[in-house]
Design a protein around this ligand. Structure first.
Ligand code: ATP
Length: 247
C-alpha cells in the first residue's frame, strides 16, 4: 500500500514535469524499456506512460524487423521513432535487441554485432547533443518469477493471449541472455544515457523505481524550463499590451 501512495506522488510530479518539458520545448525524453519475456514491459508502460498526458507522449514497439527494415542499417527504424524536443517517447524494446536477441541467436556474425556497441554509443550521444534526455531500464526478473508468470498465462484464460511458445525457448537460453545483457549495460552506460537495472519481481516496486528515476532525470531541468516559460509569458503579455495600446 505504501508503494502505491509513493507511486501516485511520483506520477503526479512526473506529469507536471512532462508539461514543463512539452511547453519549454528545449528537451525531449527517450525512455528505453528492455527485459526478458514477462519482465513487465507492458505493465510498466501502462503505469508510467499512463500517468502522462497522451498529447506529447508516444510508445514505439520494436518487433522482428520487416524485410524493408532488414535492408537498412539497424538504427534506421529506430532513429525515425526518437522524440523531438518537447516530446516523450517510450521504446518497448529498442536498438538493444540488435545486441541481445540478435547475438543470442547468431542472427548476424559476431564481428558485426560487436561493432554495434560503438554505433549505439555514438547514436545516443547524438541524441543527447540534440537535447534528448536518454534513460534506459532493464527490468530484471528472477528465473523463478518468470516461470510463475509464464505458467500463469497458461492457467488464466484472460492472459492466454500473451502465450508464446517462443518464450520458453528464450528461457532455455537464460545464461546467454544474461551475458548479452551484461555487455549491453556495461558497454553502453554513459552519464548522458544511463542504464537503470530495476528489480522487477514486485510490480509496485518496479513502477516506483522507474517513475523515481524519470523524475530524477527531469527534475534538474525544472527551473530552466520554468524560466523559459516565464520569458515567453512576459513577451506575450508585452505583445498584448502593445496591441491594446494601439486600439
Ligand atoms: P513484448 O515486447 O510485450 O514481449 P511480444 O514479445 O509479444 O511483445 P512480438 O510480436 O513477439 O511481441 O515482438 C517482439 C519480438 O521481436 C521479440 O521476440 C523480440 O526479440 C523480437 N525482435 C525485436 N527486435 C528485433 C531485432 N532487431 N531482431 C530480431 N528480433 C527482434
Amino acid at each position: 500500500a505504501g508503494e502505491r501512495a509513493r507511486f501516485a506522488a511520483l506520477a503526479a510530479e512526473l506529469s507536471e514535469l512532462q508539461e514543463l518539458l512539452a511547453a519549454a520545448g528545449t528537451h525531449g525524453l527517450l525512455v528505453v524499456l528492455q527485459g526478458r519475456d514477462a519482465a513487465g514491459k507492458d505493465g510498466t508502460l501502462r503505469a508510467v506512460a499512463g500517468a502522462l498526458n497522451p498529447v506529447g507522449t508516444r510508445v514505439a514497439s520494436f518487433k522482428v524487423p520487416t524485410a524493408d527494415e532488414l535492408a537498412h542499417d539497424f538504427l534506421w527504424r529506430v532513429h525515425r521513432q526518437v522524440p523531438g524536443r518537447g516530446e516523450v517517447v517510450f521504446f518497448n524494446r529498442s536498438h538493444y535487441e540488435d545486441v541481445l536477441v540478435v547475438r543470442v541467436h547468431d542472427l548476424v556474425p559476431e564481428t558485426l554485432w560487436k561493432r554495434r556497441y560503438d554505433h549505439i554509443n555514438a547514436f545516443e550521444s547524438l541524441l543527447a547533443d540534440s537535447g534528448i534526455l536518454v534513460v534506459k531500464f532493464l527490468l530484471h526478473i528472477s528465473k523463478d518469477e518468470q516461470e510463475k508468470r509464464l505458467l500463469d498465462r497458461e492457467a488464466e484464460p484472460r492472459k492466454a493471449w500473451k502465450l508464446n511458445p517462443g518464450d520458453w525457448r528464450e528461457r532455455g537460453l537464460w545464461e546467454r541472455y544474461t551475458a548479452a545483457y551484461e555487455d549491453a549495460v556495461g558497454r553502453c552506460a554513459a552519464p548522458h544515457a544511463p542504464w537503470y537495472v530495476v528489480p522487477a519481481d514486485d510490480k509496485d516496486e518496479r513502477d516506483v523505481a522507474v517513475a523515481e528515476a524519470l523524475v530524477e532525470t527531469l527534475r534538474p531541468h525544472r527551473r530552466d524550463w520554468e524560466k523559459a516559460l516565464e520569458a515567453v509569458g512576459t513577451r506575450q503579455k508585452a505583445a498584448l499590451a502593445e496591441m491594446r495600446a494601439r486600439t
